[in-house]
Design a protein around this ligand. Structure first.
Ligand SMILES: *[C@@H]1O[C@H](CO)[C@@H](O)[C@H](O)[C@H]1NC(C)=O
Ligand SMILES: *[C@@H]1O[C@H](CO)[C@@H](O)[C@H](O)[C@H]1NC(C)=O
Length: 273
């Protein structure tokens, strides 16, 4: 081999070697992250979502009918569908707590101003929508070992029972509900594409995200009941997503004056063995 040729061969070998090193580096980088899911000490959830709230509001649980309807529209529901969903809520309240609001008029499911209080005054049922001024938002998500940043506003609405006086509840719950407790049933609706949509070369907004979904719709229902001590409440809900199954939402919220500071993590499935 002449000197020029051997130099060229040498450079080629170096070049290929560098590619190999880079590949090996990437391989170990990805492999190591995959591997954490296989380790018993660091299992990965199918999905883990973080929610943050830090805005001020004078009416956390809003009662505006048109805003409540807008939420249901976002969830893909007509008025009739929203009433039907509300009837699922009252049926659930009856089975789980022995609380019977199944005979409320249809409009009470859509209009938060049409609250219904039980004859003995112990319980009040109504529709609600969380005030968007609380800046409740979906920050990030992981799907197995992949992560993505979203920062998308969450529309949160549903139905609430407020416990005005302590009662001994029946149903499968079959325990005392303390005065001031609240029970929630509803859903989070999170449009993802208005934020993460990217215009491709055909001028078409594609909605690429780790979920391959334009909107997330996640059902929630209180696990036991919510109560707050000195403005601090524990968030503990059963959550459900059509294709992900049943999960858990856990966190805490702190009310400071009229500022609502909430932190919550949703995992699917609910827990790891
Ligand atoms: C309900 O909300 C809509 C839309 O945000 C608003 O235009 C309307 O004034 C509100 N109604 C009441 C009674 O506050
Ligand atoms: C409810 O709890 C009481 C004890 O507090 C028990 O006697 C009763 O059998 C329970 N009912 C149901 C339906 O589990």
């Amino acid at each position: 081999m002449d000197a020029a040729l051997s130099t060229r061969v040498w450079l080629l070998v170096c070049f290929l070697g560098l590619i190999e090193l880079a590949n090996a580096g990437l391989y170990y980088y990805y492999k190591s992250r995959h591997d954490t899911c296989a380790r018993e000490a660091t299992p990965c959830y199918d999905y883990a979502l973080t929610f943050v709230m830090d805005g001020s509001s004078d009416e956390y649980l809003g009662n505006n009918r048109s805003e409540i309807l807008a939420h249901h529209q976002l969830a893909g529901r007509t008025e009739a569908d929203a009433i039907q969903e509300g009837k699922m809520a009252t049926a659930w309240l009856k089975t789980k707590y022995g609380i019977d609001f199944t005979s409320v008029e249809d409009d009470a499911y859509l209009d938060g101003t049409k609250a219904v209080t039980s004859d003995d005054g112990t319980l009040t049922f109504r529709a609600f929508i969380v005030d968007s001024a609380t800046r409740n938002r979906f920050v990030s998500a992981s799907k197995a070992h992949k992560v993505e940043f979203f920062n998308a506003p969450i529309s949160k609405a549903g139905w609430v029972v407020m416990v005005n006086e302590a009662i001994s509840a029946g149903g499968t719950f079959n325990r005392t509900l303390p005065r001031g407790a609240k029970i929630f049933y509803g859903d989070y609706v999170i449009p993802l594409c208005d934020r993460s949509g990217v215009k491709n070369k055909n001028n078409y907004y594609s909605c690429r995200n780790i979920f391959n979904q334009k909107t997330l719709k996640i059902h929630y229902e209180t696990s036991t009941y919510c109560s707050s001590v000195d403005g601090v409440s524990v968030i503990n809900c059963v959550v459900k997503e059509t294709s992900w199954g049943v999960g858990a939402a856990r966190g805490a919220s702190f009310v400071e004056g009229n500022k609502y500071c909430g932190r919550s993590v949703l995992t699917f499935p609910a827990s790891k063995p």
